[in-house]
Design a protein around this ligand. Structure first.
Ligand code: MF3
Ligand code: CO
Ligand code: CO
Length: 269
């Protein structure tokens, strides 16, 4: 057993120390750098297996460890979710097509700290409605992040995301959520991307968690395929997701997984 840091709130949420944020920032930086560096590999005809193979190498080259290889039997360094796949897409031999939208989700462990982040990528020419979906999903993540400060609640985060997304006549996935992380991958609380303002646990300085809204062009319902991982929209509508790992500071929020080269925006065209 490694010694757990800090204390737990009554909701079982770990409160980390200010000195712990540097470890999270380094893990987050490496995860985000990998998402920057994978961009040239997203093109028509490329397979998601090949993308994942390169990500696996990148993780090692950074001296990091993949958090997903071996996690509950998962065997890959990334989840790659194409078009109507909501999350947990398994890399495979299927080639990327013109106009496909992809989420790539990478989690690394660096010195015991977890960095978990995902973004959207596109291959070829992007239809306008896919572009809108991606724009709204990214903006929704930041609506959630803007609600992060001591004294606000987790319900404020969910409400900010849900009201923004539904205002654009899109739907928020309710079957998957963000999560506490830090020196573990998935810890309390469940960070819901929907909810009522003022409800849920109160945010405190030192909490570390992800916000990772999944947004669908159609209805919010999902199902998991027979491989026990791949989650898809029930109505086959397109789905997008962005994820950041964040920490609550004395005055607001620190985002650990910002793109070092500001390449978070998918390259359209
Ligand atoms: N990175 C995902 C998350 O955001 C979890 C992936 S677990 C895996 O929480 F096993 F599917 F990789
Ligand atoms: Co996550
Ligand atoms: Co993730």
């Amino acid at each position: 057993m490694t010694s757990a840091r800090g204390r737990l709130t009554k909701d079982g949420i770990r409160i980390y120390e200010p000195g712990d944020f540097a470890g999270m920032a380094e893990a987050g930086r490496i995860a985000a750098t990998i998402l920057d560096d994978i961009i040239p590999q997203i093109f028509m005809g490329q397979t998601t297996t090949e993308i994942d193979r390169i990500i696996t190498e990148m993780v090692t080259d950074h001296g990091a460890k993949s958090a997903t290889i071996g996690y509950k039997g998962y065997q890959h360094a990334s989840c790659i979710s194409v078009n109507h796949v909501v999350c947990h897409g398994i890399p495979g031999e299927k080639k990327i097509n013109d106009g496909d939208i992809l989420n790539i989700d990478v989690t690394v462990i660096v010195d015991g700290w977890f960095g978990d982040t995902s973004r959207m990528y596109v291959a070829g020419k992007l239809p306008r409605k896919s572009e809108r979906l991606i724009e709204v999903t990214h903006a929704a993540l930041f609506k959630g992040i803007e609600a992060v400060k001591p004294g606000n609640t987790f319900g404020d985060i969910g409400h900010a995301i849900q009201s923004f997304v539904e205002g654009h006549r899109m739907s928020v996935v309710k079957d998957f959520c963000g999560h506490g992380l830090g020196q573990v991958f998935h810890a309390p609380p469940n960070v819901l991307h929907y909810g009522r303002a003022g409800t849920g646990p109160v945010l405190e300085e030192g909490m570390l968690f992800t916000i990772e809204p999944m947004v669908n062009l159609g209805r919010s319902e999902t199902k998991v395929l027979a491989d026990d991982w791949t989650a898809v929209t029930r109505d086959k509508s397109l789905s997008a997701q962005f994820e950041h790992s964040v920490g609550v500071t004395a005055t607001g929020v620190e985002i650990f997984t910002l793109s070092p080269r500001n390449l978070f925006h998918p390259t359209y065209g």
